[in-house]
Design a protein around this ligand. Sequence first.
Ligand code: ADE
Length: 225
Amino acid sequence: MRIDIVTGLPGIIKSPLNESIIKRARESGSVIIETHDLRDYTHDRHKTIDDTQYGGGAGMVLKPEPLFECIETLQKQREYDEVIYLTPDGNRFDQSMATELSLKENLILLCGHYKGADERVREALVTKEISIGDYVLTGGELAAAVIVDAVVRLLPGVLHNSTSAMTDTFQDNLLGAPVYTRPPEYRGMKVPDVLLTGNHKAIEEWRQEQRMKRTKEKRPDLLNE
Ligand code: ADE
């Protein structure tokens, strides 16, 4: 899979995608992630990527020209499945969307900033609009990092244990079961006996019960979806 991230602030996005599991996924070739600085697609001395909005009002708007030039340059090089614009008024991101995106070959993630991108970019280039939640960030870069993280960990071979992603919270609309590690007793608090038995069938049943119990307690809304 290949992900191209288009941004006016490449510094924000680079560091979270250069650590731990995502870093290893890039090194092993499971994913190619490239960041593109919109300033490289400007032609004025000041490398201007934004401007005031027509009609008045606070906040700068990303200019269409650098965005069109950057995205069209990429589209000449390969075919993209989606051009995704990160915006608080997009469709809410969730685990099923992460799974869907993990099956794609080439994605462009476009980070809005300030007041957002000129509407003509959305109309002409964007195929999907995604929000990571009902709150407003200063830009789409952190949202892009969240999406890349959630998608890349689902790619084959990225997590050591391939069943790990299958038993995640939200995969089949249930929260995950509680997890424990050594020691078996700590400050009087014991690990549930069943987990120490080595009886895989009993452990699996216990985990399934716990997932259901947790979901009912913490997120009953998931059971009605
Ligand atoms: N840009 C600003 N806020 C955002 C959000 N909540 N989701 C995605 N992109 C954003």
